[in-house]
Design a protein around this ligand. Structure first.
Ligand SMILES: [Cu+2]
Length: 169
C-alpha cells in the first residue's frame, strides 16, 4: 500500500468517525436514562464480548498451538555455534545448502543481533544473541553464495561496523 493511499484511507475513516460523533451529539436522545437501565445494558454488552472473545480465542489456540513450529525445529539439522561479541561474530566459514541447519546463537558480552543477509542483500533470518543464553535459529539455505551477518541490536560505539559472514555451498 502506498503512503498516499494510507493517508487517504485514514482521512476518510477519520472524517466518517467525526461525522458520526457530531450526528450523535446533535440528534441523539436528550432524555436522561436511569442508571440501572444504563448499567444493565453495559454489563450485557460486556458479558457478550467476554464470552465471544474467550470462545474464539480458545478455538484458535486449540487449532494453532499443536502446529507451532519452534519446539521440534530446535533439534532438526546440524547445529552450528555462533558467538557474538563487541564487535564481531565467531561463525563457521561454510554452511551446507539444501539441508536444515540450526544456529545456536549466544553472546560473550552484551545483547547483539544475529541477522543473515543473502547474496542479494535481503534479510532472510534473524535472532537475538544474548549473554548466558542460547537462542536456536533453524534455517535451510537454498541459494548458494556469500551471506553477510549483521548486528541488528545497538551494542556499542562500533555497532554499525559489526559484520560477519559465511559461504553457503
Ligand atoms: Cu550491534
Amino acid at each position: 500500500m502506498s503512503g498516499l493511499l494510507v493517508l487517504e484511507l485514514f482521512l476518510a475513516i477519520a472524517s466518517a468517525a467525526v461525522i458520526v460523533m457530531l450526528a450523535v451529539a446533535l440528534y441523539g436522545s436528550n432524555r436522561p436514562a436511569p442508571q440501572s437501565e444504563v448499567s444493565a445494558k453495559g454489563y450485557a454488552i460486556r458479558r457478550y464480548w467476554f464470552w465471544t472473545i474467550l470462545i474464539v480465542a480458545a478455538i484458535g489456540f486449540a487449532i494453532s498451538i499443536p502446529r507451532f513450529p519452534y519446539g521440534s525445529a530446535q533439534t532438526i539439522g546440524k547445529h552450528y555455534t555462533i558467538v557474538a561479541q563487541q564487535y564481531s561474530f565467531a561463525a563457521p566459514p561454510t554452511i551446507p545448502a539444501d539441508r536444515p541447519v540450526v544456529f545456536d546463537v549466544t553472546s560473550r558480552d552484551v545483547n547483539h543481533g544475529f541477522a543473515i543477509y543473502d547474496p542479494d542483500g535481503k534479510l532472510v533470518a534473524q535472532v537475538q544473541a544474548m549473554p548466558d543464553y542460547i537462542n536456536h535459529l533453524p534455517f535451510t539455505f537454498h541459494t548458494r553464495g556469500h551471506y553477510t551477518v549483521r548486528c541488528l541490536e545497538y551494542c556499542g560505539i562500533a555497532h554499525a561496523a559489526m559484520q560477519g559472514g559465511f559461504d553457503v555451498r
